[in-house]
Design a protein around this ligand. Sequence first.
Ligand code: UN1
Length: 511
Amino acid sequence: MATDTLASPAGLSHTPTKVMKNFIDGEWIESATGETFENRNPADTRDLVGIFQKSGKADVDDAVEAAKRAFTKWRLVPAPRRAEIVFRAAEILIGRKEEYAQEMTREMGKVLKETRGDVQEAIDAAYYNAGEGRRLFGPTVPSELPNKFAMAVRQPIGVCGMITPWNFPMAISSWKLLPAIVCGNTCVIKPAQDTPLSTFNLVRALTDAGLPKGVINIVAGYGPEVGTPLAEHADVRAISLTGSSAVGRIIGGIAAKSFKHCSLELGGKNPMIVLDDANLDLAIEGGLWGGFGTTGQRCTATSRIIAQKGVYGEFVERYVERAKKLKIGNGLDEATEMGPAVNEKQLLTDLSYVEIGRNEGAKLMCGGNRLDKGEYQYGWFMEPTVFSDVDPKMRIAQEEIFGPVVSIIPCDGMEDAIEIANGIEYGLSSALYTKDVNKAFAAIRDLDAGITYINAPTIGAEVHLPFGGTKATGNGHREGGIGAIDFYTEWKSVYVDYSDTLQKAQIDRGE
Ligand code: UN1
């Protein structure tokens, strides 16, 4: 693949800057706009990770045209053969896991342990979807008429558009691209402008595994210039977005006008309930991982902890003690536990919520400050931040922050906890810590969310189960597992009448 490189700036030991063109019809192509944008390391902005094309509508049109041409052949490749390419890509990704994880930490900031997990999630998705190539099950059912055969088969939709976020840059690209291509679709993907390199790396593995030209096309750039024309394009028959609820409203609105399939995976404000009988050590560790893992930048992040009054005081004290000790720094250092915010805008949003929480009267127990001295001076760092005595109606308990800011809310018991947990506009993930199996099953039934964990925090979804949520978290579709296969296929019902007579359904009942 044609990747140019530039030397790294003096004093930095990182690998050189990558200069990436768009990937259209198997070729590396400069944007028609003639413009580019920079991808910098959020832990050290002197480190220029890559230069990418700042594309526009003309590039989207070219990519869709290429995908449309490729579809005429790709849809006819038997699904098990399509899936073999995906399987081979999984093996290639295993060999490149460390390289791609290092590059992801550089472009996104999360710690190496987590970027290795992100690449692993793409490997898992590849193995799962490779298996789907020999399933893609549909129902075969008896007909109500004699000598007639009835079944439903899955068919590809056509050209699919994908708009991906920066927090899981390879995993979420894989959740969309891999089921789409195994089902026989072709794709145009716009990776997040903060993290395009990881999507290129995933597609590089697929191309090296033998993916034909035009089946996946990458157009780098920004939402209004690339995402919007992609969603609007008449030849794009399905669009899948992971992003904020605000962007979801725009993309969903565009898709509705042309009756495109549209999958939206949006925001979260995920509650973790800790009841009096919980294993407190476990809940504290879980709450730290869920709250500050990925610097709180997961749509599944544990951003609200709802603790019952019997354990509330002890939980807050011990949780805050542990949060204060988290090691903040460059994710490339193995000792780092929490990296920077992805960019300046996100950092400013996080800090603005510290002010909002203070003004609302929540108790700031730790953190709240930007870190910009010494080793932090070139990055977008802040302290892990915990508010206690949070009222469930406060903005810090209602709005998605997407940063290392956790709100702890006291509650009276199970019923109260469920009401608080459900009292938000989102419904992605949820968690309950208890040793009482009755309460666990009641919570599984009553928490209004797409995912519920028992005795584990709100993060950690596995690729073979449906991923997504209720209310403002989405529009009813699911990624992962069979949910994605359902999204990327159209049902065709097939009736074969071998009676050699005209048989009329619902009418010829032999009565
Ligand atoms: C996200 O939160 O944006 O469940 C995706 C998890 C990961 C995926 C998270 N496997 O935490």
